[in-house]
Design a protein around this ligand. Sequence first.
Ligand SMILES: *Cc1c(COP(=O)(O)O)cnc(C)c1O
Length: 354
Amino acid sequence: MHDDVTYSPATRLVALGRPTRTPGAPAAPGIELSSTYVLGDGPTYGRFGNRTWSTFEGVLGDLEGGRALAFASGMAAISACLLMTPPRGTVVVPQHVYNGTTSLIDELEADGRLSARRVDPTDTAATIAALDGADTVWLESPTNPMLEVSDLPALLRAARERGVLSIVDNTFNTPLLSRPLELGADVVVHSVTKYLAGHSDVVLGAAVTADDAIHERLHHHRTLRGAIPGPHETWLALRGMRTLHLRVARACANAAELAARLATHDAVAQVRYPGFGAIVCLEPTGGLAAAERIEERVRLWLPATSLGGVESSLERRRRHAGEPESVPEGLVRMSVGVEDVEDLWQDLDAALQP
Ligand SMILES: *Cc1c(COP(=O)(O)O)cnc(C)c1O
């Protein structure tokens, strides 16, 4: 890649993170498997740094507009970010976010480590009011699994004005649909497990920030607590990211088409779809029993948790104990993949029949 040309994200996904072009150099980066290094300048030990991590981090950081740090999982990154809240500090968090995040905040609250203010993030004024005197604000837009969309620019601006540390879980959007750092967020976190890696074969997380002091704190946390990824995982994630733009475009187009068809389906009471992204939630008219029937009947859709893979999957979210009671019993979260949309529709329509 030439430094003097500004390439689009699609091109950067393909071209960045490749070995230097010298005669005989490989086109693709290798996997560095070493726990230790020869003393002197450069890397020293496998928990402190690894060049396969760095290659992945370089590409993700470029796309989000900051410096990325890979973590062992999305939850490892989320945990590192939440623990930047000072002892007995206050975190503002939407009522519905990824249930691992909710459970972690509940536990930290029960331990007296921090206190939480739960908000409806679609109520911008109430969320901004909750920021007064808070230390950290956690945001997801859309939220998981209710798909509520918040006014991120307004909320992030308000957080910045009040000196509240803002963290955005950008897993559902990827940097192709939203770049929260450009909107004023301090940190973006990802479950790389989902769209970024994209093939349901790796568990990995990342935190991205443009602030050097925050980067240093997160790096320190990762090193000292050992929340490090494996080199294989970061290599697989970068390999998956080469086609992120193609996968996201196809999955989003499929999701828009399916959401439109579901909206007029006799067996569907409600469809949640924010108008972007590839997650669609439906509530069948038959409630819980009908939702369980969908999970049992699908042949092409994978009945499984997780999301963001090339393959379409779905699950009734309330099957998980951590999901709050405000999530309807019959809500089925669908992660729309990149298959032929007619095949997806046929399978779903058959599963929805009374
Ligand atoms: C899956 C998920 C996580 C957790 O990531 P892991 O890689 O499973 O640890 C966090 N946030 C969102 C939005 C997720 O979908």
